[in-house]
Write a protein that binds this ligand. Structure first.
Ligand code: ME8
Length: 535
């Protein structure tokens, strides 16, 4: 009902906060673009409901401390420099995030200490000794069964089986969180609702993780080892474990600790409607964080999307291998929309790893340019305009409706009637590539229709030319609206060219005859030639 809609909380979507230990690569861009597609779709479908979209950088911990030291910089200076690259990438990618949060912000510091105190007050934190194999690169402990011994050119070494990163044996006294107490509750949640984790394969991964008892989680390090982090309340000899600190960021972004200082609407954004992460950090988001929230008696995030990875030459991108694809360079060459298009079209299935390649990027760039750009050019061609009494179709809903009676146009009409519903259904279920595919199929059918009906030919009656043109413009208007989440500035350009007013670009307008009828502005070029690819 309308009352429920008024009371509904803002839509809240999050990305991981990234380690600013090096400049961002395509993988980071992919995550924020995916989140942006969902955020934009949420805004377009429900303009009455605010959307919060959080991203940022994860700046504490051993990994950053070590990277800064190697550069001979203070960690804070080092983070200021590198965090800026992530912020710049998000801007450059045209993402509509509402908060870029750095864990070195004072507000976050307070939030983390508050969470710690609350858990401590509930008796869920205790001091104990911890031993295990620690990977600084992965910022986590591994057990004996998760490591292997290997020979390297510089001698024998011990590495994580899963990630291949070097581990070292650590035995120390630290604080622990009673993670073990939450296994049953987590199992129950994931067994009752499989939809909580997407894609389904990742749901099975999580159930598998929960199939044996959970060990309590070490959540601090001795200050002598880790000084770059948030101190444990009332124990300056200990620094909080970076993941305890990092996961709390999702609360900080909603104004936590909720109370006097935070704006009311931000407070009510909790819990996230969707958290988007890479499959590398599922354990932290599907087990550790929900356990912390259960312990705090806070509502759990509604859904988790754990996507697969981008590889280069079939290897996970890594600085040491040197196979890192540079997102800024790709955007500079191809433009932001075409890169977003490629990421969504190829990466929007989330299931299998996908390989980044310039050949593929070129292929999909060409696809959009030819399907959308050429269709737009064809419909605006002089040959067609000549056939129309006013040089443009006298677009009216009655002409559009009459297209249902022509066999060559009928299917397009019935597809257009359903298109916005289909795209919406896919996006609501996080099937990003399938959603985009619906639009592409529609454009393919439209190009095909022009080839068959030949509106430029003298043999086509001008009444029919007018119908074809009116329908084509309607199709472009609808596709323009629906492309907004994926390729925001191309879509805007197209809608501008069609003269669709800014307040008539929402999802409800994307139905057949559901909005103003477009006109043509042939001077607008959708795609510009681009500079050559550097060697
Ligand atoms: O894990 N393909 O930060 P991080 C696709 N700070 N996505 C990729 C990717 C790839 N090859 N590489 C990275 C951390 N990503 C923590 C998170 S959250 C409270 C703390 C993306 O800099 C993907 O989203 O290592 C992955 O989960 C994230 O970057 C890891 O970024």
């Amino acid at each position: 009902s309308s009352v429920e809609q008024v009371l509904e909380k803002p839509f809240y979507v999050t990305t991981p906060i990234f380690y600013p230990n090096a400049v961002p690569h395509i993988g980071h861009l992919y995550t924020i673009v995916t989140a942006d597609i969902i955020a934009r779709h949420a805004r377009l479908t429900r303009p009455d409901r605010p959307v919060y979209f959080m991203t940022g950088t994860d700046e504490h911990g051993l990994k950053i401390q070590k990277a800064a030291k190697e550069k001979g910089l203070e960690p804070s200076v080092f983070c200021d420099q590198l965090s800026e690259h992530f912020r710049a990438l998000a801007e450059k990618a045209d993402t509509s995030h509402t908060r870029f949060l750095r864990t070195t912000e004072q507000a976050h510091h307070e939030a983390v200490q508050d969470v710690w105190r609350k858990l401590d007050a509930k008796g869920l934190i205790y001091k104990g000794s911890h031993q295990g194999w620690y990977s600084i690169s992965d910022e986590c402990f591994y057990t004996d069964s998760q490591i292997k011994r290997v020979d390297t050119p510089v001698g024998p070494s011990v590495v994580s089986i899963e990630t291949g990163s070097t581990v070292e044996w650590m035995e120390e006294e630290n604080y622990k969180f009673r993670l073990s107490a939450f296994r049953d509750a987590l199992l129950e949640r994931y067994q009752t609702d499989a939809r909580v984790i997407f894609p389904p394969h990742q749901h099975s991964v999580v159930l598998d993780m929960l199939s044996s008892p959970l060990e309590d989680l070490s959540i601090s390090r001795p200050r002598s080892r880790l000084h770059w982090g948030i101190p444990v309340p009332n124990d300056p000899d200990h620094t909080m474990y970076v993941w305890f600190d990092a996961l709390t960021v999702y609360l900080t972004a909603t104004g936590y600790p909720w109370g006097k200082n935070s704006a009311k609407d931000v407070m009510s954004a909790w819990p996230p409607n969707l958290q988007i992460i890479g499959k590398d950090i599922v354990r932290f988001h599907a087990i550790y964080f929900p356990a912390m929230l259960l312990a705090l008696d806070f509502p759990l995030p509604q859904r988790l999307l754990a996507h697969s990875h981008w590889t280069v030459n079939r290897l996970k991108m890594s600085k040491s291998i040197g196979n890192v694809a540079d997102p800024i360079q790709a955007i500079d060459i191809y433009g932001v929309d075409l890169v977003r298009y490629y990421l969504a079209r190829v990466g929007g299935h989330f299931k299998n790893d996908v390989d980044w390649s310039i050949e593929q990027l070129e292929k999909f760039t060409f696809e959009l340019q030819s399907l959308l750009g050429n269709f737009y050019l064809r419909i605006n061609s002089a040959a067609i305009r000549k056939r129309l009494p006013q040089g443009a179709p006298a677009s009216s809903s009655s002409i559009l409706e009459s297209c249902r009676d022509l066999p060559e146009l009928r299917d397009i009409v019935s597809d257009l009637v359903r298109l916005s519903l289909d795209v919406d259904a896919h996006l609501s279920e996080l099937r990003v590539a399938d959603a985009l595919d619906e639009i592409i199929k529609q454009l393919q059918a439209a190009n095909q229709m022009l080839t068959v009906t030949e509106p430029w030919s003298k043999n086509t009656p001008s009444e029919k030319v007018e119908q074809i043109c009116a329908l084509s413009l309607e199709l472009l208007r609808i596709c323009g609206i629906l492309l907004q989440p994926f390729t925001p500035s191309k879509a805007t350009q197209l809608l501008d060219a069609l003269g669709v007013p800014a307040d008539k670009r929402g999802w409800t307008q994307a139905g057949f005859c559901g909005g103003p009828i477009g006109s043509v502005q042939p001077s607008v070029k959708l795609f510009q030639p681009r500079p050559p690819v550097p060697e």
